[in-house]
Design a protein. Structure first.
Length: 204
């Protein structure tokens, strides 16, 4: 019943962390066991890798970046995902789709290579459901300004538009496994939508 992997995706500033936290509260109130982590980050080794990737003035190449995201993911697979797979709901703030959206659609790294690396690390793991949070250009500009600066926050709006369009392509390929959330709408409206979908997913 509870063997689900639920992922939250979307460009920076769309409110993924807010919704994943609300879902965590909801599951807690229902006494449903879950774990929750973010990428990059998660396991203790992955959090160390996160610091290297997101350092303000990091001079890493985009290829080194890609390999670090995957190294962090491998640590999460071994230390967090595999041991909990049959036991708990797994909530993840960014996962495989972030790498395809940012490193392929944003940074133009070969898609086949990214897919191969993800398959190598995750061994055919299936994601039960993805919430994709989308935002229009005007709001994206506003929210990016508000956010703390990390290296991806210094990219321009064109970059984020390509990333977001990439996410939409992934959704269109497999739309039954996605819920599109319009982050231009008020949080409380979206929260109801997310929690009602979560209720259905956990009953399956
Ligand atoms: P973070 O501050 O956690 O972003 P947010 O709070 O908006 O989720 O920074 C994570 C950054 O890492 C974000 O800009 C997207 C990027 N990223 C990739 O480029 N590829 C990946 O595979 C992952 C997991 C994240």
């Amino acid at each position: 019943m509870y063997k689900k992997i639920i992922v939250f995706e979307g460009v920076d500033g769309t409110g993924k962390s807010y919704h994943i936290n609300q879902v965590a509260k909801f599951l807690k109130s229902k006494k449903i066991k879950f774990i929750k982590f973010r990428e990059p980050g998660g396991s203790s080794n992955s959090e160390i890798i996160r610091k290297i990737i997101l350092k303000n003035n990091s001079s890493l190449s985009k290829e080194s970046d890609l390999l670090l995201y995957l190294a962090a993911r491998k640590e999460n697979y071994d230390k967090l995902i595999k041991p909990n797979l049959k036991k708990k709901i797994i909530l993840i703030d960014r996962f495989v789709d972030s790498t395809i959206a940012y490193q392929h659609y944003g940074q133009k790294i070969n898609l086949k290579l990214i897919n191969n690396l993800n398959n190598f690390v995750l061994k055919g793991l299936t994601i039960s459901h993805t919430f994709l949070l989308k935002i229009d250009k005007k709001n994206l500009k506003k929210r990016l300004k508000r956010k703390n600066k990390n290296r991806y926050d210094s990219f321009d709006i064109k970059f984020y538009t390509s990333v977001q369009n990439g996410y939409i392509k992934l959704l269109k390929k497999n739309f039954t496994k996605y819920t599109l959330i319009n982050s231009n709408l008020p949080k409380n409206i979206n929260e109801k939508l997310v929690l009602s979908k979560i209720s259905k997913i956990i009953k399956k």
